[in-house]
Design a protein around this ligand. Structure first.
Ligand code: ADP
Ligand code: MG
Ligand code: ZN
Length: 469
């Protein structure tokens, strides 16, 4: 019954910029500090305190605009958006209303049916609000550390027509922003926040339906689920002849449903006006061009070349290229080994910690993995050990007997012992519960002290089980 209906999705993405200080004062932007320690009269909105625009925030916003092929407004201004909410001590947010810094850009995504262009309507600069903390005592506390952290809001046209397209867009956008080095884009820390606008229409009707907006979805998985739920809800509603109301809805992770929060407010409700405490933003064309010239290289440019040179999959390259430091480390280490796939697996699986390791050492570990001298678990363990202190990897593996156990006779003996200990799992497996194999394999791995060859163990256990039944 959902056939014949199409969804249209427009996204509003809030991205915290990685400047040292806030957008209108010199307070630090560091995440996770003691509440209300990174505040001053300006970001606490004391009467008479005056804001001064952070040049770096403008530069970062311009970098995003240029990377997303936007037109840049050489003259724009900051506006006050008036509303009351406890996380906003000023009772207005300094944002941009009718003239954003950047407009009319695009980002191309690679869908299964080819390239698709997602148009960017605008990118504007604004300040973040504080954070409300709801504690167990059912009290609400206010942390103003986030007040005045610089944000850009990236608004797309409603060009995405499935959750896959929304996912592709968001992942690619995130990679671009990470490549530019202008944001951490950590969804769990709120530095990359997504509002999803969604409407449905009959396939042959090109007029867009009425949209609802789902605010502050904080993981890619929730976004996918929220889109799926909301699409069905709207189609159900239309087929029951109940018109969709334009409203803001909240996605509830527990029930996996969306609930109405409030009917849509109008721009008029915010009483926007130019902030009288700030001067206009006037940009020299040369300044914008110098930012364009010095823009860091983007993953989308490097990917095809990387795939060809190292014979890696599109996915592997994308993972490496989300962080240019990781990509650079990969390329350095690749000078010392030809085991590119093992090297890439290793780097992707140890992302955060791998940056502290010398490229030669990584190459050695990748080589040993490729030659099956160590298993993947040991490879990761060696990285953790190297972070503690440096050592000769081959010698250490030899001395500590960390080499991979590939001998099928030994593994078969362990498998026999493990099966002996897991009679229940065997019964369950015989009844068709193939998951039951998990604990048996785990047991064999334990008997090898974690050094067994996982593929071989798997094959041997499967064979033993099939022999039994
Ligand atoms: P507002 O300022 O009221 O939030 P905008 O025109 O800026 O409204 O749109 C906000 C977002 O909603 C944009 O991402 C836009 O693409 C999206 N949008 C607008 N109309 C629709 C629609 N009919 N279906 C889906 N998304 C829509
Ligand atoms: Mg909006
Ligand atoms: Zn401050």
């Amino acid at each position: 019954m959902y056939k014949g209906y199409v969804m249209n999705i427009g996204l509003e993405v809030h991205v915290e910029l990685k400047t040292q200080s806030k957008i209108f004062c010199s307070c630090p932007t560091l995440y996770g500090a003691e509440p209300n320690t990174h505040v001053c009269p300006v970001c606490m909105a004391m009467p008479g305190a005056l804001p001064v625009l952070n040049k770096k925030a403008v530069e970062y916003a311009l970098m995003a605009g240029i990377a997303l092929d936007c037109e840049i407004n050489l003259e724009c201004k900051m506006d006050r958006k008036n509303y009351f909410y406890p996380d906003l001590p000023k009772a207005y947010q300094i944002s941009q209303y009718d003239v954003p810094l950047c407009k009319k850009g695009f980002l191309d995504i690679e869908t299964e049916s080819g390239n698709k262009r997602i148009r960017i309507n605008r990118i504007h600069l604004e300040e973040d609000a504080g954070k409300l903390i709801h504690n167990e005592k059912e009290e609400t506390l206010i942390d103003c550390n986030r007040c005045g952290v610089p944000l850009i809001e990236i608004v797309t046209e409603p060009d995405m027509e499935s959750r896959e397209e929304a996912d592709l867009f968001l992942n690619k956008l995130r990679t671009v922003l990470l490549n530019l080095g202008i944001s951490d884009c950590r969804m769990n820390e709120g530095s990359f926040r997504v509002d999803v606008n969604l409407s449905v229409r009959k396939q042959d009707n090109f007029e867009l339906g009425t949209r609802t907006e789902m605010k502050n979805l904080n993981s890619f998985a929730f976004i996918q689920k929220a889109i799926e739920y909301e699409f069905k809800r709207q189609v159900d509603s239309i087929t029951e002849n109940k018109p969709i109301e334009q409203e803001t809805r909240r996605y509830d992770e527990k029930s996996r449903k969306t609930f109405s929060m409030r009917k849509k407010e109008d721009a008029d409700d915010y009483r926007y006006f130019p902030d009288p405490d700030l001067v206009k933003i006037k940009l020299e064309r040369d300044y914008v061009e110098s930012i364009r010239k010095n823009l860091p290289e983007l993953a989308s440019k490097r990917k095809p070349q990387m795939m060809a040179k190292y014979e890696l999959s599109s996915y592997d390259c994308e993972m490496l290229l989300t962080d240019m430091e990781l990509a650079a480390l990969f390329e350095k280490a690749a000078e010392y080994t030809k085991s590119y796939k093992s090297l890439s697996n290793l780097i992707i699986s140890k992302k955060d910690s791998v940056l502290g390791i010398l490229p030669e050492k990584l190459a050695t570990i990748a080589n040993m993995s490729y030659k099956e001298l160590i298993n993947a678990m040991t490879a990761r363990k060696l990285i953790d050990m190297l972070l503690e202190k440096d050592f000769d990897i081959e010698k250490e593996v030899e001395e500590k007997q960390m080499g991979q156990i590939n001998d099928e006779k030994i593994l078969a003996e362990y498998a026999r012992q493990a099966l002996e200990m897991n009679k229940k799992a065997i019964e369950s497996y015989k009844k068709g519960n193939f998951q039951a194999i998990g604990p048996i394999i785990g047991q064999v791995m334990k008997l090898t002290r974690g050094y067994g060859n996982p593929e071989k163990i798997n094959d041997i256990v499967v064979k033993c089980l099939n022999d039994i039944s």
